[in-house]
Design a protein around this ligand. Structure first.
Ligand SMILES: Cc1ncc(COP(=O)(O)O)c(C=O)c1O
Length: 363
């Protein structure tokens, strides 16, 4: 069997055609494609405003900056996420307050968040890990701005009480722009601030010397936006196909007691990003990995919990032992291949290798 990749972007004729249009137009940046992508994206998720940026990371950064997060502030985030979820807090010289996760799905534990609320907390940054959405209903009453790291949950709606969602379009995501991100919000002033920060801190129609803040160049180019538009046009279909693949995996894995399926497929809000499962123990995971490597199947072990990074420990003083659920989750996690045009034959091959890995571990 030829290699089964962990992810593969869905690139079709429409993507090529749209990019060609930009190249032909000669306006490769600050042109109409970015605006079109923003408008169509806002409509897709049912939001008033969408602001395109050049990565999910830069989207998170300017959200923190736009909130005015600074040195003596604290921001709550999950102990289990991609490193950008904490770097955006550290860039502002603010203090991250990590909360442990749920054991079953890796999402931030809402009771832990509630336990850490204080006057010093200036923002909450939950993470929609593996396309699952955190239930924010109990957090909105605190009046603290909530920025959701939705980099893995393309299409997730902005929940009531959340200020913004930040999506990412790296090629392992449900839709891609190569590199890119999008922030959605219903707050006009916040959107304007974001537009300014992504473009050197300029005012909307800036003239010479009309900067309003220290900004960045986090703009998305029209080439990336054109790809984004073409991807968005087939997004419903992409999400549907990925749901189908997730169900096929589920049907084949549900009778294997050594493997626990993480995603709740009955929850229609789950946007299938990858295919995370929990292995019964690290021995079994190791044995499955060995089988995958033998059979040319790509996999991922997900993220290390954030406090495993030495510099995060040094700055924050936290230790991995402070977040036992995130640690256990990370040690048992295995992410299986997931891409939109994955065939049933490929899914069956992955599952066969899992079964063989389990048999090997037991002998
Ligand atoms: C949870 C999470 N947050 C943030 C990011 C950063 O997005 P980007 O790679 O577009 O900067 C990612 C990217 O994979 C992510 O998975």
């Amino acid at each position: 069997m030829i290699k089964i990749p962990l992810f593969r972007p869905n690139i079709t004729k429409e993507d090529f055609l749209n990019i060609k249009k930009v190249l032909k137009s000669g306006q490769l940046s600050r042109g109409p494609f970015v605006e079109q992508f923003e408008q169509e994206f806002a409509k897709f998720v049912g939001c008033r405003f969408a602001v395109a940026v050049n990565s999910g990371t830069s989207g998170l950064d300017i959200c923190m900056k736009a909130l005015g997060i600074t040195k003596n502030d604290k921001v709550i985030t999950s102990a289990y996420s991609f490193i950008a979820s904490v770097n955006c807090i550290l860039y502002q010289h603010a203090t991250p307050v990590f909360c442990d996760t749920n054991t079953h799905n890796g999402l931030i534990n809402i009771n832990e968040v509630k336990r850490h609320i204080s006057n010093e907390i200036k923002a909450i940054l939950p993470v929609d890990i593996f396309g699952q959405q955190c239930d924010l209903s109990e957090l909105t009453k605190f009046g603290i701005p909530i920025i959701v790291d939705s980099c893995e949950s393309f299409g997730a709606p902005l929940q009531d009480g959340a200020l913004a969602n930040v999506y990412g379009f790296y090629p392992n995501k449900q839709i891609t722009t190569g590199e890119g991100g999008m922030i959605v919000t219903n707050d006009e002033q916040f959107a304007e601030k974001l537009r300014s920060l992504r473009n050197q801190g300029f005012k909307k129609s800036a003239r010479y010397l009309e900067e309003i803040d220290i900004g960045f160049n986090f703009r998305m180019s029209d080439i990336n936006a054109a790809l984004g538009i073409a991807q968005l046009h087939k997004a419903k279909n992409i999400l549907k196909k990925r749901q189908t693949i997730a169900h096929q995996y589920f049907e084949l894995l549900r009778y294997i007691p050594e493997i626990k399926f993480i995603l709740n497929l009955k929850d229609t809000n789950v946007s299938i990003f990858n295919m995370p499962v929990m292995c019964k123990n690290t021995n079994i995971r190791q044995s499955i990995i060995k089988e995958f490597e033998k059979n040319n199947i790509e996999y991922s072990l997900g993220f290390p919990p954030l406090v495993r990074f030495a510099y995060v420990q040094k700055i924050t003083g936290y230790k991995p032992i402070d977040f036992p659920n995130a640690e256990t989750f990370a040690e048992h996690l295995l992410c299986l291949p997931m891409f939109t045009d994955m065939s049933v034959k490929q899914i069956k091959y992955v599952v066969k290798s899992i079964k063989q890995g389990i048999v090997n571990a037991q002998n």
